[in-house]
Structure formats: structure tokens, C-alpha cells
Design a binder for this molecule. Structure first.
Ligand code: TYD
Length: 205
């Protein structure tokens, strides 16, 4: 049987990375060993593109950013995601195409329809079965990232950019209410963990 495809999404500082630290063990304790990967990245080419996209202070044209994200994604699907799913393995991916809608369309103003075209070309029928979307207001996300590390290319954007990123995510959520689940990440770490566990249990087991 084909494996399931699960993605984690949310703006920078929403807390998805901290929750990524326990989710694989949660699945493992129920007998499922996940293939854990991330975007942009997940292959040597994808990781090189990640470096180029994130470790810079220079902004590229939003078309260029979207095309590079999808170039990395094409390779990632071909080399990692599709082989795993076809062999019955479940995949957990830290960000996927919802992030391109949120950041390049929402944040940077690229036409939504262009990304839909790329999505259809690069993914065909492939869509996540379940997406955990960690939601916080942009001020909260910004405060959290500022306090822990040097900002990367996207983290150094202003508050208005992140308001648009969030609006982009919420638009995707409206389009795909069955697959995408909103988690209120302004709650405490423990409360968020309980919410995530219950969404996973009711959707995956
Ligand atoms: P992130 O996943 O937050 O990693 P880290 O926790 O190491 O900072 O960083 C990835 C960044 O890339 C994030 O700011 C969102 C951005 N991004 C896009 O703009 N478009 C995309 O399609 C993807 C996958 C990510």
C-alpha cells in the first residue's frame, strides 16, 4: 500500500520546528517509521538551492524564487518523496507547496494562478494527505525568530510581509479544509503538542 504524505507549515517563528522534534517518535511508537525531509531541500541539489535562496540578503524576483522552489521540489519528489510513498513509507515534510503560495504569492505578490500552474506541472496528482498548519499572528512570529537567531532572507522581511504570508496560508486553508488543520500556536508548547497529537490520531490511525 502507498505511504501517506504529511506536511508541516506555518510562518517563521510559529513553532513548527520545535514540534518536529517529537512527531517522528510519536509515529514510531505506533509502528510507523517516517521518512523526514524538508523544503526547500531534501536532495543535494535542493539543499544547494536552499543555501542560495535563504543565506542571502538579496531579494530575487518573486518569479525566480518560485521557479527555484519548484525546481528543488521537482527533484525532491523524484528522488525522495515519490519513491518513499510508492514503497509504502510515510513521508513527513517540513514545508511544501503551501509555503510557496503563502510566501511567494502572499508575501511577495506573485500571481496565485502562476503557482497553481507550477503546482499542476511539478506535482501532477501528488498532494499531502494531512497538513499541520501552525498559526500565529505575524508580531508573535517575528518576536520569536528575532529572539533566537540571525534572520535569513525571509525572516528579515517586515511585519506587512508576514501579514500577507499568513493571509496566504489562511486562503489555502479555506481551499483545502479537509487536508489542512489549523493549530493555534499562540498557546503553550504543551497545549499545542496535545492539539497536534489529537489531529494526528484522528487523521492517521
Ligand atoms: P524554515 O522552514 O523556517 O527553516 P528554519 O527553521 O531552518 O528557518 O525556512 C525556510 C524558509 O523558506 C522560510 O522562511 C519559508 C521559505 N520558503 C518559501 O519562501 N517558499 C517555499 O516554497 C518554501 C518551501 C519555503
Amino acid at each position: 500500500m502507498r505511504g501517506r504524505f504529511i506536511t508541516l507549515e506555518g510562518m517563521d517563528g510559529a513553532g513548527k520546528s520545535s514540534h518536529l522534534s517529537w512527531i517522528p517518535d510519536f509515529f514510531a511508537s505506533r509502528g510507523i517509521k517516517l521518512c523526514v525531509t524538508r523544503e526547500p531541500g531534501g536532495t543535494p541539489l535542493g539543499e544547494a538551492l536552499r543555501q542560495m535562496l535563504l543565506n542571502t540578503t538579496q531579494k530575487s524576483h518573486p518569479d525566480t524564487e518560485a521557479l527555484l522552489m519548484f525546481a528543488a521540489r521537482r527533484e525532491h519528489i523524484a528522488q525522495v518523496i515519490e519513491p518513499a510513498l510508492s514503497s509504502g513509507q510515510w513521508v513527513l515534510c517540513d514545508r511544501f507547496t503551501d509555503a510557496t503560495f503563502a510566501y511567494q504569492a502572499g508575501g511577495s505578490g506573485l500571481d496565485w494562478g502562476r503557482i497553481e500552474q507550477l503546482e499542476a506541472w511539478v506535482q501532477g496528482e501528488l498532494q499531502p494527505h494531512l497538513t499541520l498548519y501552525f498559526d500565529v499572528p505575524s508580531q508573535v512570529g517575528k518576536q520569536r525568530t528575532q529572539s533566537v537567531r540571525e534572520p535569513d532572507r525571509f525572516e528579515s522581511e517586515g511585519m506587512a510581509f508576514f501579514d500577507r504570508v499568513r493571509a496566504g496560508y489562511l486562503k489555502r486553508l479555506k481551499q483545502f479544509p479537509h487536508r489542512m488543520h489549523l493549530i493555534d500556536s499562540t498557546q503553550s508548547y504543551e497545549d499545542v503538542k496535545v492539539m497536534v497529537e489529537s489531529i494526528i490520531l484522528s487523521n492517521c490511525f
